[in-house]
Design a protein around this ligand. Sequence first.
Ligand SMILES: [Zn+2]
Length: 419
Amino acid sequence: MLRLLFLAALQVEAGPALAQSPPPPSADSRPDEPSGLVLTFLDVGQGDAVLIQAGGRTALVDAGPSAPLDELRRRGITSVDLLVATHPHQDHIGGMDDVLAALPVRFYMDNGRTHTTATYLRLVNRLEASPDVTYLEATPRRIALGEAEIEVLPLPPGPGEHNDRSIGLVVRFGDFEAFLSGDSEKGELTWWTDRGAIPDVELLKAPHHGGDNGVTDAFLGAARPEVVVMSVGPNSYGHPGTGALAAYAAAGARVERTDRAGSVTVVGRADGSWAVEMGATIATGRPATAGDAGENQRTAGAGTDAIASNPASVDLHVVADAPGNDHHNLNGEYAVLRNDGSAALDLSGWVLCDLARHCYRFQRGARLDAGASLSLHTGSGRDDEGRLYWGRRQAVWNNSGDTAVLTDAEGRVRARHVY
Ligand SMILES: [Zn+2]
């Protein structure tokens, strides 16, 4: 059996106690990370794998039919604080064994139901051989993940089908809420809805890969999502369903699909606003798509500009390979921004991040005149008009390939450089 250890690093409590007091900041969150909740729906084909990052902590909800280890590594994930198997079907737990073998995992949660498949038995054997992993059953509880909170909903009683015992999670960061529930179908969705357990959310992972049996009017009326992400790949089940697509469209939600966009990242902010970023499947060798950012009503209007249709003209490139050892010559690696537009840009609150989400935030008042360039050097120095210094002690830009993403103060992607 798995040892039951409660590690202080990740706060796990049964009951609502944590709801009353904000979870403490985690000890090792990086000060240069953007304050926010980042959910990435990894493109794993037909299946689910949702990476949740907050305050330096990481949760992975399902692990796809096979482990998305390359994608995780490229995003700088070296450990997983909480691994969740929503239900024991292959397209959700097929990659769990390899994740557990490759990365340190602190807590593993499932719904307590067993299965008979070879995939499931392989996972159980791996868990039993992993004494450092603490097992959690998905009973109602709240879990602090950095500055965010994950609420585990109760599960319907009785035997039932596996899909309708999928673990339901509400992920919160300030006023931003997301709902994830594996492959739940109408039965489980109705059970939750009847009990008032479904909150009004900003982000919804379409239950059951966007299948027609993964949505009801009452559920959608309670959840009222602004953005819906379908984790879906080529399949013979008819996912996503035309009825579900119509229902989400009628609800006015923006819909993104991993089979079309590749991995989809949604950044939620404490004020309830959010931004969507797509095309990060550079990691799996696909051609990069144009960056795209969306905003909810608070910043509607400008928020749906894609780079392609918004050539507001910031050129971004990175000189990653400094002469000598990059870690000893930090200012030899740098990013260059050039304003190709005809008006000065106010960079206040803009953020430049690498794929592992090391981020630099431009200070209030930073500006870039029309036609001008500036360089952002990784190490320390005194800022002047054309040169800024990040002040890091380690290199950021990966010499063998990385992605620089420049986001403005509203969370819109304004430039991306992939090398
Ligand atoms: Zn599934």
